[in-house]
Ligand binder design. Structure first.
Ligand SMILES: [Zn+2]
Length: 504
């Protein structure tokens, strides 16, 4: 089994912000979860470095585009480890191996008869690096995303025969209803296809900052085609001396935000068909994190700094909050107030306290030594089928639902403590067997949810599994009763209330 997940490559002109962190975190949860299932996993992220906006910004700064790209790519590369993201490679579209692969694939598309020369005229947003169709221009001739005025542009281009794929794309969507998830995004992409596809420019003539068109050196490839091909090119050179393409292509999941839906759900499959390459299994379109009701983006100036959150509370807390607060796949609001509320009520109180009181009681009543034997059938019934349900949700990229399945058990364990009142049992020597049963069931429940939470909270769960003396975290050890705890060790609070002081 192989699992290949990608984030979009991030446009190097932007500063890394919470929106980038969000997609990277989601991809990382999926990658880690599939590694727990023993699959061969490849997780790709990187930077998109060509195109007019980079050339313009470099010009304004009086530097070469490559210099600006180098400078800014570093910040995105630094973002991944800060989020505890376990990406296997970081691709840059200025990598010479990527550029060579783009030329190879697009030459094949041309050889297959899907490229011709023509003139294009239309309304162009330099920030999107894209022409806008008449029906997607805001009043005042503005870009609906960037709220800036569009330019009327005309140029000689090579075109990609997207219109040739009208029928093939409609058939593809009919056959593969889970190609695009969630369903609303599938419907949106299909509606766009059904509205009638027009050919699109494949190259740009006036621009120099891009991958050169091998059959006409006056042109570079349009940045979107160059960028999309990163998902394919990376596999050929990510691992020194090895080509992973045969093992890992096609991608299992491309994770994207909805602003780049059309490129990934229409142009991308058409391009792959034109190049005779296999299509991805799923494109999952997540929503926007909203602040003050608008999409969070640098150009709109309403950015919540993920670095500040991580510096104070750690990456686990940010990962948890984003996937818990906003149902993955929908738009939702985020704020520092709701972050702090979830941190305190859920991470610190529900999970953190469950861990410290469970370990504390075993230390106090049994000197840290766990007993062996049956588990409480009442608790076991509530854990029945849990790992399977979590896997099924993650298979559909339903990360919030998966997290909720686990969190319901965290709450169940807290109720179990209250119901059984081990402190009362401990006072009565005749109820020692009962106390052992409760403590052992509680510990095993804690271990089970901790294994399942690892993909979401890698740092704190590794600490906790260590304290439980049960470091094994494969999915086969996730079920209640699948583990074995002998002795526990004291552990400092996983999510300290005074997070600032704990950050050291
Ligand atoms: Zn725009």
């Amino acid at each position: 089994m192989a699992f290949y997940v990608t984030t979009p490559i991030y446009y190097v002109n932007a500063e890394p912000h919470l929106g980038h962190a969000y997609t990277t975190i989601a991809a990382d949860v999926m990658a880690r979860h599939h590694r727990q299932r023993g699959e061969e996993v490849f997780f790709l992220t990187g930077t998109d470095e060509h195109g007019e906006p980079v050339a313009d910004a470099a010009h304004a700064l009086g530097v070469e585009p490559q210099e600006l790209a180098d400078r800014n790519a570093k910040r995105f590369k630094a973002l991944a480890p800060q989020l505890s993201a376990s990406n296997d490679f970081f691709i840059r579209t200025t990598d010479p191996q990527h550029e060579a692969k783009v030329q190879e694939v697009l030459t094949k598309v041309r050889d297959n008869g899907f490229v011709y020369e023509g003139t294009y005229e239309g309304w162009y947003c330099p920030r999107c690096a894209d022409f806008k169709a008449e029906n997607e221009i805001d009043p005042g001739n503005l870009c609906p995303i960037h709220h800036i005025e569009l330019n009327r542009e005309q140029e000689q281009n090579y075109f990609f025969r997207l219109s040739d794929f009208q029928g093939a794309l409609e058939r593809l969507y009919a056959e593969r209803e889970d190609l695009v998830l969630p369903r609303t995004r599938y419907n949106e992409a299909l509606a766009f296809i059904r509205s009638g596809l027009r050919d699109v420019p494949l190259t740009r003539q006036r621009l120099r900052w891009g991958v050169q068109v091998p059959w006409d050196h006056d042109h570079v490839f349009y940045v979107w085609f160059d960028a999309l091909l990163n998902y394919y090119s990376a596999l050929s050179y990510a691992r020194e001396g090895e080509d992973l393409t045969d093992r890992l292509w096609p991608a299992s999941y491309h994770l994207i935000a909805k602003d780049i839906l059309r490129f990934h759900t229409v142009y991308w499959p058409a391009l792959l068909m034109a190049a005779e390459l296999e299509l991805p299994e799923h494109v999952f379109v997540h929503g926007y994190l909203l602040m003050d009701g608008e999409k969070m983006s640098k150009s709109l100036g309403n950015v919540l700094d993920p670095f500040a959150v991580i510096a104070r509370f750690g990456a686990d807390a940010l990962r948890f909050y984003l996937l818990r607060e906003v149902p993955f796949g929908q738009d939702g609001s985020v704020s520092t107030a709701s972050f702090e509320l979830r941190y305190e009520s859920e991470l610190a109180n529900e999970l953190g306290n469950l861990a410290s009181r469970t370990i504390g009681m075993l230390s106090r009543y049994r000197e840290g030594l766990a007993s062996t034997g049956e588990l409480d059938p009442v608790l076991a019934a509530d854990f029945d089928g849990l790992p399977e349900r979590v896997c099924a949700h993650i298979d559909r990229a339903e990360l919030t639902l998966a997290l909720d399945e686990i969190w319901q058990r965290v709450r169940r364990l807290n109720r179990y403590v209250e119901e059984c009142a081990p402190w009362t049992l401990a006072k009565d020597p005749e109820r020692a067997g009962e106390l052992d049963l409760v403590l052992r069931s509680l510990l095993e429940g804690l271990r089970s949810v901790t294994v399942l939470l690892w993909a979401f909270l890698p740092t704190s769960t590794e600490r906790l599994l260590e304290a439980l003396g049960a470091p094994e975290r494969s999915i086969t050890h996730a079920a209640l009763g699948a583990g074995r705890i002998e002795r526990v060790a004291e552990i400092a609070p996983l999510f300290p209330k005074d997070a600032q002081a704990a950050e050291a």
